[in-house]
Design a protein around this ligand. Structure first.
Ligand code: TNX
Length: 493
């Protein structure tokens, strides 16, 4: 009695096609919610999603053929898990938390025809085949990083990026807010960081920065979609924008010039100077006040001109400053060389090389968790092939199959699944000066990283996945996504 598998991404833990008639969404449909205020908001957000394309009223209240039920009894699926059942009587989604309901609603969204994503009323019926799904994520951290420092990205472009990311059940947005070329977040106690340090970018463009209100708006928009913002202030290197803004941060007391090139690792905070730590305390303090998530990222990568003993002294100090503001410290893999306070996370960005593997193991030995971003799979700024018009290739070309074909738990020997917090796809923007190019690099690869973070390893294969991926094309067309029509994928339209 098996029907063809659904086109869902990420693939759920368990999918059972049922014999009965399909569910049909009609003008009489309604959304009923049982649960707290957040569950009610999930119901309302589903209604807002379905109304434009269906043209139906879809009242959201206490009863309906779409039934969202938050229930304390569903503990076996964890905080993000859910059960979904669809049939002629209706659709029921049950979860322990509102977040679980949101993930289940995301599944329902993908089960509906792709034209559900359209902004205007569409003709035709809206059915979901009878089905039963039980689902929960493999990893708690499923992220994507956006580098808004090399090229600045406007608030509505970030929210668009969020809209697409949550369609694949990602739950972390790591914002790379500072680098040599630009400082992108207003800090009241050090105002020139944004006004001067944020005044340009790669190639000498106009730059820009988020006001505190704008950053808070991004955080709020993300949180409504169960995506937690992880802000990064990259230190001690990748700091030229700060060093250009304040002379006293430089060891020689002279402000460096603004920088618009693409070299890495040439800048450093002055490790022996007390003002360095006052600066970090102010910056991370103001950022913590705006950030409800439990983690702040301190960078730590490519500190090529920081004396090594200084680097080892700096990282624990910076991590403790983050801790003092109530947050866990996260950093790129290099931080594992230094002593890390409990609760820290190191982000692996190696390519299978021994040095990176050693760093990941050093993190685990210290009791830190690891987020996996192997550059030869999960760096979305790498070109797909020789003909990709922008992007980089220092980690090699990363075709869609390669970005999908890896497993976090076998990436680094002796870094077991139990030490891995999850995965993150990084999008650096040295070569990406508009959001359309960012989208082109992210799609179709980002959904594959999202699936690696969510779905069980057993049962994942490229030969099967590529068909589900190809099935996303009508949805992306409806959403006007500028995706790369890779010849590796059998696109559905
Ligand atoms: C390496 S990966 C960097 C970034 C660059 C990226 C380009 C890492 C932690 N640092 O500074 O933008 O390569 O792919």
């Amino acid at each position: 009695m098996s029907r063809p598998a659904t086109g869902l991404i990420p693939k759920p833990v368990s999918v059972q096609a049922l014999d009965g008639a399909p569910f049909e969404l009609t003008e009489r449909s309604a959304i009923g919610v049982s649960g707290g205020r957040q569950a009610t908001q999930v119901g309302e957000s589903l209604a807002r999603l379905l109304r434009p394309s269906t043209g139906f009223a879809l009242p959201a209240g206490r009863a309906g053929d779409i039934w969202l039920e938050q229930t304390g009894s569903l503990t076996e699926f964890g905080a993000e898990g859910y059960q979904l059942e669809a049939g002629s009587d209706g659709v029921t989604i049950r979860a322990l938390t509102a977040e679980g309901l949101f993930r289940g609603v995301t599944t329902l969204r993908q089960l509906l025809p792709a034209r559900i994503e359209q902004a205007t009323t569409q003709l035709g019926s809206w059915t979901v085949d009878a089905i039963r799904i039980a689902d929960r994520p493999r990893f708690g951290y499923r992220g994507t990083m956006l580098d808004v420092a090399r090229h600045f990205v406007a608030v509505d472009e970030v929210t668009r990026y969020i809209d697409l990311a949550v369609l694949y059940k990602l739950n972390r947005l790591h914002l790379h807010l500072s680098d040599d070329q630009g400082w992108r977040i207003a800090i009241d106690s050090w105002p020139r960081l944004a006004t001067y340090g944020g005044s340009t970018g790669v190639g000498g463009g106009g730059g820009g920065y988020f006001t505190k209100e704008q950053y808070a708006e991004i955080v709020r928009y993300a949180a409504e979609r169960y995506l937690t913002v992880v802000p990064e202030i990259d230190t001690p290197s990748h700091t030229n924008a700060a060093l250009a803004s304040y002379a006293e941060l430089n060891c020689d007391g002279t402000a460096s010039p603004l920088y618009t090139g693409t070299e890495v690792g040439f800048s450093s905070l002055c490790i022996p100077k007390p003002v360095t730590y006052e600066f970090l305390d102010d910056v991370f303090g103001e950022l913590a006040d705006l950030t409800p998530g439990d983690t702040m990222h301190l960078g730590g990568d490519e500190a090529h001109v920081t004396p090594h003993d200084h680097y080892l002294e700096f990282v624990p100090k910076a991590a403790r400053i983050v801790n003092d503001h109530g947050k866990r410290a996260m950093g790129w893999q290099e931080i594992a060389e230094a002593e890390l306070p409990p609760g820290s996370t190191a982000q692996y960005w190696g390519t299978g090389d021994e040095q990176s593997a050693d760093l990941a193991r050093a993190a685990v030995t210290q009791g830190a968790s690891v987020v996996m971003s192997p550059a030869d799979h999960a760096y979305l700024d790498m070109k797909y092939d020789e003909d990709t018009p922008y992007g980089q290739s220092w980690a090699g070309l990363v075709p869609v199959e390669q970005s999908y074909s890896w497993d976090p738990a076998t990436q680094v020997p002796d870094v077991p699944e139990s030490a891995i917090a999850g995965v993150e796809a990084a999008l650096w923007t040295e070569t990406l000066d508009e959001i359309a190019k960012v989208e082109f690099m992210a799609y179709p690869r980002l959904p594959g990283i999202a699936e690696i973070g969510w779905s069980p390893a057993a049962g994942r294969s490229w030969s099967e996945y590529r068909h589900r991926l190809g099935g996303q094309a009508p949805r992306w067309n409806a959403l006007d996504v500028n995706f790369y029509r890779s010849p590796e994928v059998p696109w559905a339209d």
